[in-house]
Design a protein around this ligand. Structure first.
Ligand code: FAD
Length: 189
């Protein structure tokens, strides 16, 4: 895929398999239908719920360092209440995201997690990471758009993460089905 503004360091390509013959000894034992790919996606989404927090933490630390060093009206902007409010909000969301991912990891180890919980964690942690990246960009002022700081890189990469491994619309539909018992992925016209 040419012209990516996001995840530029990774090669993204379209793969087409047509009339593809798979030797019998290459078939995964005991895997039928979409269960194999879905179990792979479950693990990848769980990993994303942690990875997004890493991006959020990098943005938080950059915002903290920057606002402590940037002087306005003779004081670091980190000494102003509105800036501290933003830092406290970031820390609050990161901590909640960590607890969510940690709890999900415990359920994974115990073999009691369900896909809807994985959807919830992936979606929540990517959403808060994006919000934190945008907040951090704002707190860096004009410097926030420079590649000298990690903010825009994380923000652009997180836009991909919001879409791959299930868009947040689809994760909402997965959770909505779990709550109501009604699937809303398709509709009859
Ligand atoms: C950097 C990158 C790497 C990727 N790597 C991989 C990979 O390794 N393997 C792989 O298989 N895929 C990969 N993808 C593809 C990714 O999983 C898809 O882009 C994603 O699933 C969304 O599909 P789509 O782009 O066709 O969007 P669409 O399905 O066209 O969705 C467009 C919009 O419509 C919404 N929408 C779609 N269907 C519904 C519905 N039923 N109800 C309500 N809203 C709906 C979506 O939420 C979205 O907002 C990658 C994508 C990116 C950006």
């Amino acid at each position: 895929m040419k012209g990516k503004y996001s995840l530029r360091a990774s090669v993204t390509s379209e793969l087409v398999f047509q009339d593809c013959k798979i030797p019998k000894d290459r078939i995964l034992p005991g895997v039928k239908g979409l269960r194999g790919p879905f179990s792979c996606l479950n693990n990848a989404r769980f990993g994303i719920s942690w990875g997004a927090l890493g991006a959020a933490m990098a943005c938080f630390h950059s915002a903290k360092t920057y606002t402590l060093s940037r002087i306005q009206f003779d004081h670091p902007i980190a000494s102003y209440q509105l800036v501290q409010n933003k830092l406290a909000w970031m820390l609050r969301e990161i901590t909640k995201g960590q607890l969510l991912a940690y709890h999900l990891g415990k359920k994974k180890d115990a073999g009691t997690w369900i896909p809807e919980q994985i959807s919830l964690a992936k979606m929540n942690n990517v959403d808060i990471a994006l919000d934190i990246a945008r907040m951090a960009r704002d707190m860096h002022g004009a410097n926030g758009i420079l590649d000298e700081y990690p903010i825009m890189r994380h923000m652009a990469n997180l836009e991909s993460v919001k879409t791959y491994e299930g868009t947040h619309d689809i994760h909402n539909l997965i959770i909505g089905k779990h709550i109501t018992g009604i699937q809303a992925f398709t509709r009859t016209i």
